[in-house]
Design a protein around this ligand. Structure first.
Ligand SMILES: [Zn+2]
Length: 193
């Protein structure tokens, strides 16, 4: 699934595009289903928060269900990232308190997870750029939303135009917004009997 031509951020954008995701909060379980990744949760021994591995030839992600929901969502997206970016193969990826040996792959999985849950180009297009709004819209915790808000700020300052993939993703989300607006209009003009 991994392609050296694309960055972790673009791979997340392509996943949102091909799964036709148009609304927040992004449903990570559905995305995993689409790619044939089994998403499991439970209460492990020790301090394990998340892990991704191959079982009988199939990718599996496991998340500690005792983590608060916003954090669990990010961990799921992060573990999905390890699978989608081709990190999971001969060895297991366990994200626990002891830290990780492959720092660059950890960073890639973080970038993937952030973009999957909070695609920056879409948030900018919708005007969702401050921390509380990002938290509410994307179902993430404060520190996660804070990092994205800062990154959005930097991007706006640089004035980076959207890539072609980003343009397509923005259209996908905006169409949804327009549909909702039309629906709202219909509802508000409906005359009660
Ligand atoms: Zn990891």
């Amino acid at each position: 699934m991994y392609n050296d031509l694309y960055s972790a951020q673009e791979i997340a954008q392509l996943a949102l595009l091909s799964c036709n995701v148009r609304e927040f909060p992004v449903n990570v379980t559905q995305l995993c289903e689409h790619y044939g990744i089994a998403a499991e949760s439970g209460t492990p021994h020790g301090e394990l928060v998340g892990i991704s591995f191959i079982y009988k030839g199939l990718p599996v992600i496991f998340v500690n269900e005792q983590e608060p929901t916003p954090r669990r969502r990010f961990i799921s997206a992060h573990e999905m990232g390890h699978v989608m970016l081709g990190h999971v193969g001969a060895w297991q990826y366990s994200d626990d308190s002891r830290g990780m040996p492959h720092k660059s792959q950890e960073q890639e999985a973080m970038i993937y997870a952030a973009e999957l849950l909070m695609p920056e180009c879409v948030l900018i297009a919708l005007g969702i750029t401050d921390v509380p709004e990002i938290m509410r819209t994307c179902g993430v915790n404060y520190s996660t939303a804070f990092r994205t808000a800062k990154s959005i700020e930097r991007r706006i300052r640089r004035g980076d135009p959207p890539t072609n993939v980003e343009k397509a993703l923005i259209r996908q989300f905006l169409n949804r917004e327009e549909q909702q607006t039309d629906e709202q209009k219909r509802r508000s003009t409906r005359i009660p009997a």
